[in-house]
Design a protein around this ligand. Structure first.
Ligand code: SAH
Length: 188
């Protein structure tokens, strides 16, 4: 896993998703070398880079041009540009132009989560996975409801991580914002 400091950042673009969360997303998505991945909301490229290191091909999508630029830089420094198609566009519309895939990663949805899940599900291969990372309670509820409406069985994990800051008088634990990771499998 790449440490957070090893990503180029732009103060106007969110991300990268923190290392420990990236780690859990890789685990929950069960990404494999033959997988085609769609990462909606590439942001800084944190998850796109990690998927690119493990999957066959990644379609990395963001509506924000600044996110596209920073994602490209991070793909270059981590030497995985050849595995990634970068698309500037807005989901769910952008999904219509992409072939079928094994993993739908949703890290940003700006009010469109339900339709992104539903449109994405149509293009998800059997045995495929949908993974949503959520920092808003509204998104968590919408993700669970939509996945249930598709007859899926979502796995919901709330992740609260504190990291130690080494100081002269001891190690002070500093809490990160909680993130919920919601995962669902499309049956084979
Ligand atoms: N996982 C990323 C961070 C994601 S931040 C990382 O590790 O770096 C969320 C991103 O989702 C933002 O850059 C935002 O522009 C994008 N986004 C939000 N809604 C979107 C939509 N409907 N279509 C495409 N991109 C979207």
């Amino acid at each position: 896993m790449i440490s957070d400091e090893n990503f180029i950042k732009n103060p106007n673009v969110p991300g990268p998703t923190k290392e420990e969360i990236r780690c859990l997303v890789m685990c929950k998505s069960q990404v494999k070398p033959k997988d085609v991945v769609v990462d909606i909301g590439s942001g800084t490229g944190g998850l796109t880079v990690e998927f690119a290191k493990r999957a066959k091909i990644v379609y990395s999508i963001d509506k924000n041009p600044a996110a596209i630029i920073i994602t490209k830089s991070n793909l270059e420094i981590h030497e995985v540009s050849n595995k990634v198609h970068i698309i500037q566009g807005t989901a769910p519309e952008v999904l219509f132009d992409i072939p079928k895939f094994d993993i739908l990663m949703i890290g940003g949805s700006s009010g469109e989560l339900s339709s992104i899940i539903k449109e994405g599900y149509k293009k998800l291969r059997d045995g495929g996975r949908i993974v949503v990372t959520s920092i808003l309670i509204e998104t968590r509820v919408e993700a669970v409801k939509t996945l249930l409406s598709l007859g899926l069985n979502p796995d919901v994990v709330d992740v609260s991580i504190s990291k130690g800051r080494i100081m002269e008088r001891g190690t002070l634990m500093i809490a990160n914002n909680p993130v919920t990771i919601i995962t669902a499998f499309k049956l084979k």
